[in-house]
Design a protein around this ligand. Structure first.
Ligand SMILES: [Zn+2]
Ligand SMILES: [Zn+2]
Length: 610
């Protein structure tokens, strides 16, 4: 040790210095190796002693020595000291990072693996980044990413998905981009948009898009598809404007996303414009766009157009047929849905689990109990498709609509899935519709406590069941519980598209003086004068649906049907109100509620009171 300490750096004789440094370096390396192999309090002291001569001989910039010293610190002093030393190191390389990582994770295997690689490539960088992220070391993980970019190693899709799979990392990356004011790499930008929009953080996604100097069709399609997933179809349609501004060409994926958005909203006019675009740009030949057109028209309640769009498909695939069958079923064309299924089999197109979901749904809508049961049991036996939870929900719906409540409950008890709140809601809805006895208290408790204590719909359903059975004590109890838990029912909304603009009617509005209310009052007086049985709403407020109906009568041309969409089930009061109105107002009114379509004409509805 003394020998080392006497070594001095002389600026006048560089050759001597170099050779001395070499010897010193070799010695120190050997020494450090020895110390860290037999890690004890003695070696700690020795390690600390070595640190000084390193600085004295001017070797503090030597990466190799520093890495060895870091390893000693990590092994003997613990992570905190190692981290401190690491921060002081003038240069760091992958070995430094892995040493620190291994100190953090004690993952020797990982450490050795990376150390053997002389020039780390994108895969080794990424696995290291992922290693840090997995252990919650967000800072370190992000530093590594920055270091990787500094080393001019381009991140691949796995690197990006690693970073963006972690929300904290995503935010750090975003912040880093803002700070550096550099142009965002398109792949990084697109991945950021995907991560934010997928996590429901739409504002952040828009902010990233605003910062990108270059955007391509993937940027826009990603955003539109994610917005659709979140149910924000209106915003998804707005992405079209951005595509026009960016002067990028729409592809079949983006077109399909926009058509889905129009379908989600049930906006026929916008949908038709997209149909025209699809035809003119030659996307009519690709199934992705064509299938979404069939879906669009079914969702707008126009099976005539949906069938025409289906006929335009040269080679319908499984999705095309599925969309057609489920469209026919939800529009109440039950026998057409069933014969479409026969045609699908004749065309030898592969059936899948969704085909059967639509079929059983069709049977349940058409009260075809036995046929529905046949389809359900043939799934596994004949077609080797295992029924999923959704199919069991449909089966419960089928059985309970047919009045076989005990069997329906049996399905819930014996099915190989944990029942969810949807299946219980289906059962309760059926009980409600049939005026059946409410379920025993035990089941009510299970519905509320175990399944989805945050879903107000279950509380309301149960309360109304008990009410109808004359057990208002129970219903009061349930409503009280709901209030205590701070739950409120989702605002009921009703919307319609007039001249490509969407009008929203929400909640229950106070009776005021404006054109719509006056017309509504006029209609109600008319109904009463003609001697029809009209009952005031129990809460003396107009429902959003009534207001939307009047708005439609006033603003939609008389030749066209009035199309309305609802986010909940249509209430019985509004249902009978619309039936009465169509008795003396010669209009066709189409309402799409959460579950199905109602076509009102001449005082009748296609659902026949379902
Ligand atoms: Zn209503
Ligand atoms: Zn109806």
């Amino acid at each position: 040790m003394k020998l080392l300490l006497t070594t001095r750096v002389s600026p006048h004789n560089s050759n001597v210095v170099e050779s001395r440094c070499y010897v010193v370096k070799q010695f120190l390396t050997l020494f450090l190796h020895g110390a860290s192999e037999n890690c004890n309090s003695q070696s700690l002291k020795e390690g600390a002693c070595v640190h000084c001569p390193i600085i004295k001989v001017g070797l503090q910039h030597d990466l190799y020595l520093n890495n060895n010293l870091l390893s000693l610190y990590a092994k003997c002093f613990g992570v905190r000291h190692a981290r401190h030393f690491f921060d002081e190191m003038p240069h760091r390389d992958v070995v430094s990072w892995t040493t620190l990582l291994s100190a953090h994770t004690r993952n020797k295997h990982h450490f050795k693996l990376f150390r053997g690689i002389a020039l780390p490539n994108v895969i080794s960088w990424t696995s290291l980044i992922a290693g840090f992220a997995e252990h919650g070391l967000v800072e370190e993980s992000f530093w590594l990413f920055a270091e990787m970019q500094a080393a001019e190693v381009q991140p691949n899709s796995f690197t990006l998905s690693t970073i963006l799979g972690n929300l904290l990392l995503t935010k750090k990356l975003h912040g880093h981009i803002i700070k550096s004011k550099a142009d965002i790499d398109m792949a990084v930008g697109n991945a950021l948009v995907d991560a934010y929009a997928g996590g429901g953080m739409t504002d952040e996604a828009w902010a990233v898009i605003g910062m990108m100097n270059h955007r391509d069709i993937i940027t826009n399609t990603t955003l539109a598809a994610r917005l659709n997933q979140q149910g924000d179809h209106q915003m998804a349609l707005k992405v079209i404007t951005h595509i026009c501004n960016d002067e990028v060409k729409m592809d079949e994926f983006s077109l399909a996303s926009f058509i889905s958005a129009a379908a989600g909203l049930g906006t026929m006019e916008t949908g038709k414009l997209l149909h025209c675009y699809s035809f003119k740009s030659g996307f009519g030949r690709c199934n992705l766009a064509s299938n979404s057109l069939v879906h669009l028209y079914s969702k707008c309640g126009s099976m005539f157009n949906a069938c025409r769009a289906f006929k335009d498909i040269t080679e319908p695939d499984t999705v095309s047929w599925n969309v057609l069958i489920s469209g026919l079923a939800s529009n109440g064309h039950i026998s057409e849905a069933l014969s479409a299924f026969d045609d699908m089999r004749l065309a030898r197109v592969k059936l899948d689990s969704f085909t059967f979901l639509s079929l059983i749904f069709a049977c349940s809508q058409g009260s075809l109990l036995n046929l529905g049961l046949d389809y359900f049991y043939s799934m596994e036996k004949t077609y080797h498709i295992t029924p999923k939870l959704d199919h069991h929900v449909c089966l419960v719906d089928l059985l309970s609509r047919g009045g076989r409540l005990e069997e329906a409950m049996g399905v819930i008890e014996t099915m190989p899935f944990k029942p969810d709140s949807v299946i219980y809601k289906t059962l309760l809805n059926a009980c409600n519709a049939h005026g059946n006895v409410p379920p025993e208290e035990d089941m009510a408790r299970r519905c509320i406590v175990e399944l989805d204590p945050c879903d107000p719909a279950i509380y309301l359903l149960l309360a109304s069941l008990y009410d109808n059975a004359g057990l208002s004590v129970f219903s009061d109890k349930i409503l009280k519980l709901m209030r205590e838990r701070g739950l409120r029912s989702r605002p009921r909304q009703c919307w319609m598209e007039v001249k490509s603009k969407i009008y929203l009617f929400s909640g229950r509005e106070k009776i005021g003086k404006n054109e719509i209310n006056e017309k509504l009052e006029f209609l109600i007086t008319e109904i009463k004068n003609k001697g029809y049985p009209y009952q005031e709403n129990e809460d003396k407020l107009y429902h959003s649906e009534q207001l939307a109906l009047v708005f439609g009568v006033l603003s939609v041309p008389t030749s066209a049907p009035i199309r309305k969409n609802k986010n909940s089930l249509i209430c019985t009061h509004c249902h009978s109100f619309i039936m009465l109105v169509t008795q003396f107002v010669d209009r066709e009114i189409i309402v799409r509620d959460r579950k199905r379509f109602h076509f009102f004409k001449d005082g009748q509805c296609s659902c026949r009171g379902h």
